[in-house]
Design a binder for this molecule. Structure first.
Ligand SMILES: Nc1ncnc2c1ncn2[C@@H]1O[C@H](COP(=O)(O)OP(=O)(O)OP(=O)(O)O)[C@@H](O)[C@H]1O
Ligand SMILES: [Mg+2]
Length: 356
């Protein structure tokens, strides 16, 4: 049977692995624990799990254990009888009862109190619940799926999470890889979101130019797909023209890429659009101006979102690397080609290898 991906986009092998496990586990009643950094699509994946299960036509009931005050969470989950506490003016079923026949999604389970964890364990083992202030137990047929962005094993070691519940939940672990480990999916998703947001605003879909694609691919996406989605929405509102250039990207992205991936910037630092300046005629510089040398302009710095120092460092690194290539690593010759002392060259090589 064709897997219903419930709108989850991606063709990376890391994501394909997740879908492989999902297709095996969805039709069963096994408990599943979904882990992954914030914004990796955990909720979307759990919805896909439900949609591909035999319970698909029954309720899917999500509850965010981290968003509901501790005192209320128990009665939210298990319901209460009239008079169970001050504000319990009438009896109310909890989410487990509402999910009967279907799936309950315990999101951010790592935030749950130890005392409530015991009660979840009981539902898992006995398949029955008891309302707060109630006098009897009720059978429920509910599949439990939980998610967390915490390292539950570490929480167990720290004494914040019950070990028995952890093992009971973790029958089938599904781990969503961070976006930075999904290769070309970044661009696939970026294009998808751009299309969606541009359509919503009634404008033609913005185009990502090749330099922008390089930067988006090199960025480490700490907020994962949610961060990407939000950026694309912002770009669909703020970008003038038809294509997205590096200078349209937020500083946060450029700064991080510049820091960790000088190579990506070196590649984009050869823009074809560099405007041609008239040859410099200053006689002092005559020997280097030649007919073909094109001086960088301020526009280039702005396009690359680099400051003067970083730009000069990059230029220096490029020339030093070229000299070393030409001299096949012979430092004396490389120094000569560059017209510097050997010791100066060594210093520069050191600086390139260990950038601050
Ligand atoms: N592979 C994907 N394809 C399309 N949209 C995605 C994908 N992954 C995530 N999204 C979208 O990104 C946003 C965040 O996803 P979701 O809420 O499922 O993440 P999460 O892991 O539950 O995050 P958190 O830990 O912050 O709760 C949602 O708008 C979701 O629709
Ligand atoms: Mg979530």
């Amino acid at each position: 049977m064709e897997l219903n991906r419930s709108g989850i986009i991606g063709q990376s092998t890391t994501l394909a692995e997740v879908f492989k496990t999902l297709s095996k586990v969805a039709p069963t009643d096994s408990t599943v624990l979904v882990t992954g950094e914030s914004g990796t699509g955990k909720e979307l994946l759990v919805r896909a799990l439900h949609a591909n299960s035999t319970r698909a036509n029954k309720p899917f009931v999500p509850i965010n254990c981290g968003a509901i005050p501790k005192e209320l969470l128990e009665s939210e989950l298990f319901g209460h009888e009239k008079g169970a506490f001050t504000h319990a003016i009438r009896s109310r079923p909890g989410r487990f009862e509402l999910a009967d026949g279907g799936t309950i999604f315990l999101d951010e389970i790592g935030e749950m109190d130890l005392s409530l964890q015991v009660k979840i364990l009981r539902v898992l083992q006995e398949k029955e619940i008891e309302r707060v202030g109630g006098t009897g137990v009720k059978k429920v047929d509910v599949r439990i799926v939980a998610a967390t962005n915490r390292d539950l094993e570490a929480e167990v070691t720290a004494g914040h999470f019950r070990e028995d519940l952890y093992y009971r939940l973790n029958v089938i672990p599904l781990h969503l890889p961070p976006l930075r480990e999904r290769g070309d999916d970044v661009i696939l998703l970026a294009k998808h979101f751009l299309e969606k947001f541009c359509a919503k605003k009634g404008r033609p879909t913005l185009i990502l130019n090749s330099r922008t694609i390089k930067i988006l691919t090199a960025y480490n996406w700490p907020g994962n797909v949610r961060e990407l989605e939000n950026f694309m929405e912002r770009l669909s509102i703020l970008t003038d023209g038809t294509e997205i250039n590096p200078q349209d990207l937020p500083d946060k992205i450029i700064d991080q890429v510049a820091e960790t991936n000088a190579e990506a910037l070196t590649q984009i630092s050869e823009p074809k659009k560099m405007p041609k300046l008239p040859p410099v005629t200053d006689s002092k510089n005559a020997n280097i101006t030649g007919a073909t040398y094109i001086w960088p302009t301020l526009q280039v710095l702005q396009d690359l979102e680099l400051n003067l120092k970083d730009f000069l460092d990059m230029t220096e690194a490029k020339l030093v690397t070229e000299a070393l290539d030409k001299s096949q690593g012979v430092k004396n010759i490389a120094a000569e080609l560059l017209g510097v002392k050997r010791t100066t060259l060594l210093e520069k090589v050191k600086k390139i290898q260990n950038p601050k």
